[in-house]
Design a protein. Structure first.
Length: 279
């Protein structure tokens, strides 16, 4: 065999090895961040083995002559089997959710990596391109995961958010309330439940702080330690369950010291009030 031919074969073999390694890393990242999002159970060895199987399947598919109408279901079935083998599932719902997220990440990743290479006019047929693909895939998956995680978390939060109305001294403010089973805060002096509100709610209730709220300081204990919040009594709190309004009197509002994490609500409803909402 001529030296040129031998050298070309060797370069092709090295390139194939790089591509296999590339696919293993990318499949591992896709599986890892899938389970990270949905909270599934898996481990490094299991994920790595399934990533290896995925890379081997991707390398073997072009070698098998198959029309498009047949290759699509074959790839879908293999993807379903791969996700099934990669983790342990308590319910069928958790498996199908993992399968959906894995395919969503796969679809988004293909477009984002192609977009990055086109944007910077990078070649895809060079040996060093394999490393660039892995880097681009890692960055893309991290960014995609953060975006999808925010949407996923907010979807779960919004399932426990209700429309509310707070009335004080003739002023009524509409707000979104999060039904939190973990809020068991009571005022020790009046034994009244305390609903936590954002600063914007207090701002609107007091007409931009032109009217006094009549508040006082109250000590609370949280996971971060002991702190103080300002509490004040309101005339009425309405929490809507559809068209039905659950009305509560003798309620205290406590002004949160920091903004709520998810930003989709203004009140953290006391756990005592959740029972009347059918939750």
């Amino acid at each position: 065999m001529p030296k040129e031919t031998a050298g070309g074969v060797k370069r092709v073999a090295v390139y194939i090895e790089y591509v296999l390694l590339d696919n293993i890393v990318i499949d591992y990242l896709l599986l890892k961040y899938t389970f990270k999002l949905v909270g599934g159970k898996s481990g490094f060895r299991r994920l790595f083995f399934c990533a290896f199987l995925g890379a081997a399947f991707a390398a073997a598919m072009p070698l098998v002559p198959m029309p498009l109408w047949a290759s699509v279901p074959v790839k879908a079935l293999f993807s379903a089997a791969l996700v099934w083998a990669a983790g342990s599932y308590a319910t069928k719902k958790s498996y199908f959710l993992s399968f959906a997220v894995f395919n969503l990440y796969t679809f988004l990743l293909g477009g984002s990596v192609t977009g990055i290479f086109n944007l910077f006019a990078l070649p895809l047929d060079r040996e060093y391109s394999v490393g660039l693909i892995v880097l681009a895939a890692y960055v893309s998956i991290r960014l995609m995961h953060k975006g999808v995680a925010v949407l996923y978390r907010r979807k779960n939060v919004y399932a426990y958010v209700s429309d509310c109305e707070i009335t004080l001294n003739g002023t009524t403010v509409r707000a979104k309330g999060f039904l939190d089973t973990g809020n068991n805060l009571y005022d020790s002096k009046t034994d009244s439940p305390v609903v936590i509100c954002s600063r914007s709610v207090a701002f609107r209730l007091s007409d931009n702080f032109r009217n006094k709220l009549g508040g006082r300081k109250m000590k609370i204990v949280t996971a971060a330690g002991e702190s103080e919040i300002t509490v004040f009594k309101i005339d009425r709190l309405k929490i809507y369950n559809g068209d039905k309004a659950n009305i509560y009197d003798n309620v205290l509002l406590g002004v949160a010291g920091a903004a709520f994490r998810d930003g989709g609500y203004d009140l953290i409803i006391h756990s005592e009030m959740i029972g009347g909402l059918g939750c």
